[in-house]
Write a protein that binds this ligand. Structure first.
Ligand code: FEO
Ligand code: CA
Ligand code: CA
Length: 740
């Protein structure tokens, strides 16, 4: 979803910035020089006990092979000459043969659990062999998992938009204030169930990849789908008390998943779906008799504290709880302590969200698992480092809000390739026990993984929140990361792992003027400036992509070397255009990131509202080098702060400049959309891409005013009229490799 209104800054800890980073740097003189210059990371990787990566893959290409797409504001998917797309599925499409076709007029009377969800986001493909089993090799039959992130465009799902039946009549809200009228049950059901995950069988036909609505593998995971709370026994025992609800008084199950954003694919062949902005769906109350710990936790996770005005409780969330106090499908969205104890109400319901969810795409009747020990965050994605037999697995995860952190989970179990295809049994093995770390980026170009453990006195004796056990760390991970002094970043979005060398990339999509000024930058978040034209936003409005390499390429390493791969910028951005972008590859607000195993291309997707005066959001192709291939760089910052010009400079480390041959704009999206989710098939000859929330800035449908976008209906795909999120399938007309 677009985050213009949806990324509250909840990190008020003082884990900052320049002085900390500077003193840390001084305590490790020349560490980076030693590691990158003297001995060199590539040499390190060859030391005994270290591993080499990606040896079986062809080397990356030296240049991209397509003509860059111009910036643009058209209401269609624009591709380079010689490329074409079809729509695989779009919001509301039936995923079984019983559900009626989509009207695109809001006339559906079913509860949406038989339809493709809305706001397509993270996505991955799971191939099926001729015995019907999971295959880690490509075949012509697969299951595609797609996350459905948000109900921010829910007005498109109802005949006259969202209604409340309240005193204000048809009041429209996007995560705003309801007037405490009673929302219609069908509206609420559609809005709840449009979230979650679509699991859909697809086949390669002579006309390309097509969805199979008759497959018994097709499944909707929604916010109603029962899930088990998983983790080490002692953690589960401790955590249960804080997960008890009227729906499950044992606290061992959770109902459904929400705001599923980025994703991950495990080496054993399961899908990880990440719960991101779950905090905004709940009704809270001013007087909830919270303990000091509960108050600190709710604040840190951005759970709203609804005020009472003129004796009336102000409303938050989507108003779903207003449908019924007794039907748990609706009552659960109210966090008020209405009953005598936690077994009588839903005061703990928010504790059941914020996790990485694992499911086996080939087992439609199996209960998914919430992996508590990967932490509770605004989880953006969970990407696995390159698996090495006999070594632990590492999963890298971002927490998507301003000034949040990057995390790593390291499995206790070491990788055994025989577990490929073992489903959630393997999931329990690798994601059931391990260690959780948070990243600290130092000014010398090195970084540290700080373990989140009760044996660290900074956590055990933390003032703002009392951690009583390791379970508290998993439930309140942001607070534990505050305690150890992690580096607040410019909103960590997706991560991706370069399959050729194991390096890890993270999008830092942007940050606001409140957080970044020339006086409030650090080496890993070094820019603070005012956009030169058009929208004139300030802070780090165009974002950047950071990358890092574990020392020795080990999943268990406690240290890494980092540099900044790319800085988003307008081509006329002056000093802010550190990466030397031109009109053919200028971009803003990187979000989705994904590497093609087939071609080595790093695909970059944007979710922007700083460059949108000149161009819709986009997908770019990049051919990366490696950490350390550039060098030290001094960023010159210039920004209007409180009406006066503030300047400053910040030293950082940047990659070698890619230039126009190695970084090109490949796709420009329809109006109002972000580009998100990406995977490939046919050895890199087919690319699946998600287009999310076209027409996001449309007026409410009830207004009758023109919509910002009418894609894909305007291309003759599905019923015309309202815009719809979709998965598109991109191929080359000559059948060649995408991007080369
Ligand atoms: Fe769901 Fe961070 O985008
Ligand atoms: Ca601009
Ligand atoms: Ca410009």
């Amino acid at each position: 979803m677009s985050h213009s209104n949806a990324d509250p800054i909840c990190n008020t800890s003082d884990n900052t910035h320049f002085q900390d980073v500077l003193s840390s740097s001084l305590s490790h003189p020349d560490r980076r020089k030693f590691l990158l210059g003297g001995l060199g990371l590539s040499s390190l990787a060859l030391l005994p006990g270290c591993v080499t990566m990606g040896a079986s893959l062809p080397p990356p290409p030296s240049a991209l092979g397509f003509t860059a797409v111009d910036k643009g504001l058209l209401d269609n998917v624009i591709l380079p000459p010689g490329y074409q797309y079809t729509v695989l599925h779009a919001t509301g499409d039936a995923l079984n043969t019983k559900t009626p076709p989509y009207t695109n007029l809001g006339l559906e009377t079913d509860d949406w659990s038989g339809r493709i969800g809305d706001h397509h986001d993270g996505m991955d493909i799971f191939y099926i062999d001729d015995k019907g089993q999971y295959s880690d090799k490509e075949t012509l039959r697969a299951v595609l998992c797609v996350n459905h992130e948000s109900s921010a465009d829910a007005h498109f799902l109802h005949p006259q938009g969202q209604t409340s039946n309240g005193v204000n009549g048809k009041k429209f809200s996007q995560f705003g204030d309801w007037d405490l009228g009673k929302r219609p049950e069908l509206e609420a059901l559609k809005e709840i169930n449009l979230h979650g995950i679509s699991v859909v069988e697809i086949h390669k036909t002579s006309a390309g990849w097509r969805m199979d609505p008759s497959s018994n593998l097709n499944r909707r995971i929604t916010p109603q789908t029962p899930m088990r709370i998983s983790g080490p026994k002692e953690v589960i025992e401790a955590i249960r008390q804080q997960l008890i609800t009227r729906w499950d008084t044992s606290g061992s199950m959770s109902r459904g998943t929400l705001n599923n954003c980025g994703h991950g694919k495990t080496p054993w062949g399961t899908y990880l779906s990440c719960e991101e902005n779950w905090a905004m769906y709940f009704q809270t109350h001013a007087n909830s008799n919270l303990t000091p710990n509960e108050t600190a936790s709710r604040k840190r996770y951005g759970l709203p504290f609804a005020a009472v005005a003129s004796g009336v409780q102000k409303a938050t969330g989507q108003g779903w709880h207003t449908v019924s106090n007794t039907d748990d499908r609706f009552a659960r969205w109210n966090l008020a302590a209405l009953g005598a104890n936690a077994e009588k109400d839903f005061r703990h319901e928010a504790n059941t969200f914020g996790y990485v969810v694992e499911l086996d795409p080939l087992k439609p009747n199996e209960t998914p698992a919430k992996r508590t020990i990967m932490g509770r965050l605004a989880h953006e994605a969970a990407v696995c480092g390159l698996p090495v037999a006999g070594e632990s697995l590492a999963f890298y995860m971002g927490c998507d809000s301003r000034n949040e952190y990057i995390y790593k989970f390291v499995s206790a179990a070491t990788w055994d390739p025989k577990d490929v295809g073992a489903g959630l049994v393997a999931g329990d093995k690798y994601l059931g026990e391990g260690r959780l770390y948070v990243a600290k980026f130092n000014a010398d170009g090195m970084g540290e993984w700080l373990e989140l453990t009760m044996s660290d006195p900074r956590i055990a004796q933390y003032g703002p929140f009392k951690f009583n056990s390791q379970a508290d760390i998993y439930l309140n991970t942001r607070l534990a990361a505050d305690a150890v002094g992690a580096t607040p970043m410019d909103r960590p979005e997706w991560g991706a792992v370069n399959p050729r060398n194991g390096e890890i990339y993270f999008s830092l999509t942007n940050n606001s003027a409140a957080n970044r000024t020339p006086a409030k930058v650090n080496a890993a978040n070094p820019r603070a400036y005012t956009d030169v034209d058009g929208k004139k936003t300030s802070g780090n409005p165009n974002g950047h992509i950071i990358r890092f390499k574990e020392i020795g390429s080990r999943s268990t390493s406690k240290a890494f070397a980092w540099d900044i791969f790319l800085f988003g910028a307008e081509e006329d951005g002056g000093d802010a255009n550190v990466s030397g972008l031109k009109a053919s590859n200028s971009f803003s607000s990187p979000d989705g990131l994904w590497f093609s195993k087939a071609t080595g291309i790093c695909w970059i997707q944007t979710d922007d509202n700083a460059f949108t005066d000149e161009t819709n959001c986009m997908l770019l192709a990049a051919i990366p080098g490696q950490v350390g291939d550039g060098g030290k760089f001094t960023v010159n910052n210039k920004m209007m702060v409180d009406g006066s010009l503030q300047t400053g400079s910040q030293d950082t480390f940047i990659s070698a400049t890619l230039g126009e041959a190695k970084l090109k704009r490949f796709l420009v999206s329809p109006k109002g959309a972000e580009v998100t989710g990406l995977t490939e098939a046919d050895g890199g000859r087919t690319l699946f891409v998600n287009i999310q929330h076209p027409g996001e800035l449309s007026p409410p449908v009830a207004s009758g005013r023109p919509l910002e976008s009418t894609w894909p209906g305007n291309q003759g795909v599905g019923p015309a009229g309202r815009p719809r999120s979709a998965t598109i399938v991109i191929t080359r007309q000559d059948g060649g490799l995408i991007g080369l």
